[in-house]
Design a protein around this ligand. Sequence first.
Ligand code: NAD
Length: 418
Amino acid sequence: MTATVPQELTTFQEVNLFLDDSVERLGLPDSLREMLRQPWRELRVQVPVRMDDGRIEVFTGYRVQHNGARGPYKGGVRYHLQADRDEIRALASLMTWKNALVDLPFGGAKGGVRCDPNQLSQTELNRLTRRYTLNIAHLLAPNRDIPAPDMGTNAQTMAWMMDAYGQLHGHSPAIVTGKPVELGGSLGRDSATGRGVAFILQEAAGDLGLNLDGVRVVIQGYGNVGSWAASILHEDGCRIIAVSDVQGGTYNPKGIDVARLDDQKRAGIGVSEYPDGERISNDELLELDCDILIPAAIDNVINHQNAPRVKARVVFEAANHPITFAGDQILNDRGITILPDILVNAGGVTVSYFEWTQNLQEFKWEEERVNQELRKVMSKAYRAVRQRVVAQGINYRQAAFDIGVGRVARAVELRGFV
Ligand code: NAD
């Protein structure tokens, strides 16, 4: 892997370093590398919204379609203050490699609106979502580009998107995934990403020398992914010793009562207010002594500054790109194993795929079937990655990228583009 890395890289440049590394190992030609690097299409839109007090506020939205060689573009929509063109490009390219790694018939995309959803009322969010959807609608279709929830968006956001798209094209449930079940959403989609994290951990535990019973887990981010991962891993016998949200975290080395924390969250109280734990900052949380660290919030939280102080034995990347390229090198050098985002958090898009197929067939699966099929997909992807790790003596991220990038490169070649 590249020895020296400039530390001021954008997120998209960083993700492309992982791609370059893979292209080199796979021996792909430069022309193909360029096709794999750049997004195929991207759109920036103005999103003017009438606020509840009558003012008009103008937001900026994006949809980046990174690569469609393997099928319709697929990827979430993020509402966050850091959502800019570069971040959305990076996340779109990660979707390309992830969808290929778990062998879904999708290309990769991502969208976002630069805003703080916590500062907007439900009516403002509804108007913002509709305007954003109308402004990107010409890029969308059930067989062209299918959005889903990501940070700051949820099933309600998808319901508004489906409704806005339906006003143009008629009722089209397959236009978004992660919808409410009442509107054609899949059972098990809400928990899918967190459950996928747990499936990967169950698969990898033996190889990593971890006994799940009592293993100490720290989770950053207690939203959709973090909270589901916490409750499923808690059921699996893991000891969740610290969690956080944007406001800060809570730490109890004896273990947190996850059901109690979930009640607190439902009551709208931040996790740092948990009564039976020590209040800690997000920075402190990442450096806690633990067996497994699960970043499940935003990008770039483990970097060249704090990577030397991370004490976890293993990091499971539930968030997308939580570790910078330089942070990745430091953790690798320190012998800390990283299970990469494109494998660990692929459960969400996998059940999104199940939802899309259910919508197209107008047929509903039982939740048990969804979870069983999800386990099969995650397990198969983990085994393929692990096999490469062992056979080639490379790390998990390298192996996962090689599989994903190799499949996309093959699809591009087969289509006859180069
Ligand atoms: P979410 O909005 O439901 O939850 C995000 C959580 O992170 C919240 O608890 C929030 O308070 C916290 N957070 C936000 N900013 C933070 C900060 N600066 N420091 C610490 N915590 C912060 O989002 P989510 O859907 O759970 O997504 C979390 C991560 O998982 C993202 O990286 C996302 O791309 C990735 N992901 C999500 C899905 C999915 O299905 N939702 C699928 C794959 C990957």
